[in-house]
Design a protein around this ligand. Structure first.
Ligand code: 0L1
Ligand code: MG
Length: 252
């Protein structure tokens, strides 16, 4: 399954979810596949730069029909420089979602991490936009499938402004997503587990169950605040945040 997911990504090929045939595929196996493919990415020269959470907001959970938040890996190959177009030539059916991003000042290791403890380990907060791309046809999957698929990871962009968490009320930090100048969705940070710090604590505690921690200097994407929007070629996408600036993306 790990090799098949990497092949789908390399060949821009989608497939039906594994759980269609393997009914008792579980989350632990999904994470084993995810970790196996992280090692493959590192072996080919990529660098681990952080983690991402998936399905931390009700908007995303309802859309995907999966109600379990989960964690996945980010490597430097997924970082898209601000201003670069969406790399459509590498992607199957990209979608875009605004996120609150943390840059860690200290190592954060579970178990028992609270949101307050998690926020104390954050150095700066940034706006972010994740470009997701499922290897499953029509983004149809169950939780173990999407965990195995590194939570639909493809690329991410971080915004121009980094603020210390003490300068923001992250529950109230809003985002407005526009496509071709039209507002298509809005949300505040409260959409993400009540506060993005809760999502960060969830990540640290979940990673601890598999022997991992979030390291100083790493970044954490806390999960899509709104439903994701299709990143059609030639679309002009903008995610505006209240205090964290704007991220602009050209559909490529
Ligand atoms: O494909 C997906 O929507 C699963 C990944 C979710 C990413 C997120 O919620 O930020
Ligand atoms: Mg996301």
């Amino acid at each position: 399954m790990a090799a098949e997911l990497m092949a789908c990504e390399a060949e821009r090929r989608d497939r039906e979810p594994f759980t269609d045939e393997w009914l008792d595929l579980d989350l632990a196996t999904g994470y084993a596949i995810q970790d196996h493919n992280l090692r493959r990415r590192l072996d080919r020269g990529e660098r681990l730069v952080g983690v991402k959470l998936g399905l931390t907001s009700r908007a995303k959970q309802q859309r995907m029909g999966v109600y379990t938040p989960f964690v996945a890996w980010l490597t430097d190959a997924m970082a898209l420089p601000a201003g670069d177009p969406i790399p459509q030539h590498k992607l199957i059916h990209p979608r875009v979602e605004p996120e609150i991003v943390f840059v860690m000042g200290e190592r954060l290791a579970g178990p028992g991490v609270t949101a307050a403890r998690a926020m104390a380990a954050v150095e700066t907060v940034r706006a972010g936009v994740e470009i997701i791309d499922s290897r499953y046809r029509n983004f149809r999957f169950a939780a173990p499938d999407v965990v195995a698929d590194n939570a639909s990871s493809a690329a991410f962009v971080t915004g121009p402004i980094g603020l210390p968490p003490s300068e923001l009320d992250l529950s109230l930090e809003a985002t407005v997503i526009e496509v071709n100048g039209e507002v298509v969705d809005t949300a505040t940070g409260a959409a993400v587990q009540g506060h993005p710090g809760e999502a960060l604590a969830l990540a640290a505690n979940d990673l601890a169950t598999r022997g991992h921690a979030i390291e100083a200097g790493q970044i954490v994407l806390t999960g899509g605040m709104t439903d994701a929007v299709s990143a059609l070629p030639e679309a002009s996408i903008a995610c505006h945040f209240t205090n964290l600036g704007s991220v602009f993306l050209n559909g490529g």
